[in-house]
Structure formats: structure tokens, C-alpha cells
Design a protein around this ligand. Structure first.
Ligand code: NI
Length: 164
């Protein structure tokens, strides 16, 4: 298996919460480079380290060239933020999209590649992506966020009838 191959739903690594990053150095820089490469090759806007099989709490995002890297992210959702349901997909479940409720605004605090404090905040698609990636690092997939009525069927289809 290619080390940078994106893991698909059904792979236990996607269900395993990632370990905090404690070593900031060349290894972390290489990991993040590999993550950006894998994400771009797959045409995605966000990727979590466990999606390429690496047990480390780090995610990357790229919105039209606006790149972000957050190490050891902590999600903060404003309590007054409305919930918006919009289509969502995942590189670990290609070919599928589901209407998924998410907070309209979100903020992530964490560290950059040098271990310095960093904060990324946004709304709409950015907020959705922040919530999706932090979920990944906790072993949670977006299908888990579907309304109860849709969730079981979406999981069944994903696991029994993979499009990819
Ligand atoms: Ni995903």
C-alpha cells in the first residue's frame, strides 16, 4: 500500500482517535507535505492524518490556495451559532454525499508546525470543514452526524456497497 494512500471507510484507523503530537520537527513537516499531496491528488479541501494511516492529531485544509495546518486542534462552536444542513462528502467515502447538519460557525485552536498557538475560524463551508476534520481526528465520520433516520441506511450503503 502506498504510504500516502487515502484510507477508506471500513478501515479501523478512521475509527481510532489520534494521539496528540508532541514532536515538532522535520517528521511533522514531512507528514503535512504528504497530507497536502494526497489531498490535492484526490481533489479535496481537507484531510486528517489518520486518513493516510498516521496516528497524529493534525489536519490540513486548502480553500482555493488558502492553506491551513492545525496540530492538536480543539474545536470551539459558538453556542449561539445556528445549525445548517448542507451536502457533505469525504475523501474516505468517494462518490457519496449526504445532507449533514453542522454549526454555521466554528473555530479551532491548536498549534502550527513550530508548536506556536494558532487559531482558524470560519463560517459556512470553512466551518463545516473544521468540524469534519476535527471529527476525523477523534475517530468520528460525517455519517455519524446524519439525522437518526438517515444514519443507519447511509452506513449500510457505505459499508456494503462501496462506490469506489
Ligand atoms: Ni473526511
Amino acid at each position: 500500500m502506498n504510504a500516502n494512500e487515502i484510507r477508506m471507510v471500513g478501515d479501523p484507523v478512521l475509527r481510532t482517535p489520534t494521539a496528540p503530537v508532541t514532536a515538532f520537527g522535520p517528521g511533522l513537516v514531512r507528514l503535512v507535505e504528504a497530507m497536502f499531496a494526497a489531498m490535492q491528488a484526490a481533489g479535496g479541501v481537507g484531510l486528517a492524518a489518520n486518513q493516510i494511516g498516521v496516528d497524529a492529531a493534525v489536519f490540513v485544509m486548502d480553500f482555493q490556495g488558502e492553506r491551513a495546518v492545525v496540530v492538536n486542534p480543539v474545536l470551539v462552536v459558538p453556542t449561539e451559532s445556528p445549525v445548517i444542513t448542507d451536502m457533505e462528502g469525504c475523501l474516505s467515502l468517494p462518490g457519496r454525499h449526504h445532507a449533514t447538519p453542522r454549526s454555521a460557525r466554528a473555530e479551532v485552536t491548536g498549534q502550527d508546525l513550530d508548536g506556536r498557538a494558532v487559531r482558524v475560524a470560519g463560517e459556512g463551508l470553512v466551518a463545516r470543514c473544521l468540524q469534519h476534520e476535527v471529527d476525523h481526528l477523534g475517530g468520528v465520520l460525517y455519517l455519524d452526524r446524519l439525522p437518526r433516520g438517515d444514519r443507519a441506511r447511509a452506513w449500510r450503503e457505505a459499508l456494503i456497497d462501496p462506490v469506489a
